[in-house]
Design a binder for this molecule. Structure first.
Ligand SMILES: [Zn+2]
Length: 70
């Protein structure tokens, strides 16, 4: 079962999508506009996979990574 939620991309601000894989307890955030991708475990917060073009220009993304590490 997958719950899909419409969000704003933290990288470019366009419409993006967040999918919550209930059984895996994994949250996947993806943006078709800028190819932003963040996959993390919703139980532990661990980032499993992350990609964003122009990462150094995306403070929101880095902040998200830091939050997930703490
Ligand atoms: Zn984007």
């Amino acid at each position: 079962m997958v719950n899909t939620q419409a969000i704003r991309c933290p990288n470019c601000g366009n419409h993006a999508q967040r999918q919550f894989h209930v059984q895996l307890q994994v949250t996947e955030t993806s943006c078709p506009v800028c190819d932003y991708l963040l996959v993390n475990c919703s139980r532990t917060g661990n980032v499993l996979e992350a990609y964003a073009p122009g990462l150094s220009y995306a403070p929101a993304f880095q902040e998200m990574l830091q939050l997930s590490e703490s």
